[in-house]
Structure formats: C-alpha cells, structure tokens
Design a protein. Sequence first.
Length: 337
Amino acid sequence: MSNNLQPGNRSSIIPILAIVIPCYNEEAVLHISARRLLDMLSQLQASNMCSPHSFLVFVDDGSDDSTWDIITSLSEKHSGKVRGVRLTRNFGHQAALIAGLEYVRGKCDIAVTIDADLQDDISVIEQMIIKYREGDEIVLGVRTMRENDSFLKRWTAIQYYRLMKLLGVNLIINHADFRMMSARILEYLERFPEYHLFLRAMIMMLHNRIGIVTYHRASRLAGETKYNLRKMVSLGWDGITSFSVVPLRLIMCLGAIIFVFSIIIAIHALIAKINGHVVPGWTSVVVPLYSIGGLIMFSLGIVGEYIGKIFIEVKHRPRFLVDSIMEGKRKQEKDAR
Ligand code: UDP
Ligand code: MG
C-alpha cells in the first residue's frame, strides 16, 4: 500500500480504493447496489484507476431485517472484495460511517463513503480518483439538482444552509456524505473523537485541498428512506450545536440589549417618581415580566443544550460498538475495539 503519499508523487499511482456503505434495513437494495459497485470496481481496475486490492465494506448499522445475512453471503461469494462490519445496534448514519472509516484506515489509499441506495452517481468516483491523483486530499460529491426531493425537504435544506452560514459553519451546499478521503485524512479524522458527529462540517476543518465533483442525484433504487424526521432534525441540530457557539453569543448580545433597555426604563421611572407622575402602571410591569421571563427560559434552554452536549462528550463513550467483522470466509466476533 502506498500510504500517505504526498500529492506530488501521485500522478501515476494506482490506489487501493475502499468504498464504505452504511446500511440500515437495506435488504431491498443491497444485492443490486453490491452488483453495481463490484462492476464499477472491475471497470476501474481494468483501466488502472484503482488497485485489484480495492474492496467494499458494508456497515450494518443494527438492521433488523436480513441486511447482515445478505452482507455475509456477498462476503463469502466475493472473498476479500466484499467485507462487512456489523454494529451491535443502530448507532445512526454518521456513526456507521465512522465505523466503516475506522475499519478501512490503514487498509487503503483512498476511501469513498456512499449511501446504500445508490442515489449518488457512482460513475463520478473515477473523477474523484483523478482529483486525488492531482493532489486533492478530499473530494466532495455535490448534487446539482434536488428534483427528487420533496418541496419541503428542498426548502428546509436551503434554509438550513443559510442558517449554518450565518452561524459561521463552513458547509458546501448540496454536499451530503458522498465523498472521497485520502489515507492521511482518515488519520486526521482519528484525532476528532467527538461523540456528536456531523461529518460534512468536520471534514471542512481537516485540509484545504478539497476538490468537488458534481452529479445528478437519482431517486432511491428501492426501499424507503431511513432518515425519519426525528433523525433528520437531530442531525441538523448536532450540526449547529457541535460547530457553532454563535447561539451562546446571541444570548449574551440579547442580554446586553435588555440590560441597556432596562436602565433606560429605570431612569424613566425615577424621573416620573421625582415629578410625581406615578400612575398604577400594570402594563409596564406585566409585559417585561413575562417577556423577559420567557427570554430567560429560552436562553437557559440553549445554554442547557450545550451543557447537555458537554455532559455526553466528557463521558467519552464509544460512538459505536462492533459486533462482528466479515472478511470473506473469515468471520471475527468482536467486542468493543
Ligand atoms: N442509515 C444508517 N443508519 C441509520 C439511518 C440511515 O446507516 O440510522 C444509512 C442508510 O442505510 C443509507 C444512508 O444511511 O445507506 C442514507 O439513508 P437514506 O438513503 O435513507 O437517507 P436519504 O437519502 O433519504 O436522506
Ligand atoms: Mg438515500
């Protein structure tokens, strides 16, 4: 393996490519996805774009359908080419990605992560390799259009990117988790042991050699989306609270504004008292009472969110636990690494 090659020496390298595919109840698509990915690997090998030692890793994120059975049978059939990592339960998409990336670290020159439903266009992986050879450490897949998403999903996505920009988080619009990373990026990732993962923001902090390839996102091959509303909101929230402290600063600014405002009111009340104009001011008492009370509760809630994150982070709990690993005929039972 040509681990950690400097960008300058890469133009003629034939890299070992590892493709990481997180799967949660994906029995409906797995056979066809594996077929397409294996065909693509053969083509890339035939044109010397990737090494014959390249392989696929399916990460079973605690599925309760036949996903793991399919992965093990594929692994037995395509020994070495198809591998499987089974997590002990459902840890979520981002954790499954990290589990796969940890597994391939040290075993490949480049890793590509892609969803099991192949909504992302696998033919651009070749362009990703070309960009790697040109010296890019990270290559992001960016979808050009989102016409396969519902209007609501598109609209919320746009608003979310806007909000993240305002909050100072560096994100590439319309890039999700289809990306290529070099071996050295996998090593850098190891040094980000945070529990609340939002890889698309984290990846932007690792290196400035970031390339982009664009593609047209298709609809799901089969099956249903595994990202329910709860998972989506939780990912979005993690993105904000793990990468931006702007909400905390906003609270401080708000507090400062209210403080100035209350001084003005106090002066006004004092002058009124001196001049003897003290009217029974019900409104001026009740309105600030409720509004400031509400604001304090809201602010406390935001502060609480961050404290909650710290609470979880300081425990250093593992982000995932591996139940077993399948490498062809070889099956290893695992506990936590
Ligand atoms: N996924 C996962 N764990 C989860 C949810 C999803 O590993 O808890 C995987 C899923 O199998 C798929 C990828 O994450 O490979 C993206 O999910 P999906 O395609 O359902 O999301 P969408 O494209 O609808 O946003
Ligand atoms: Mg999908």
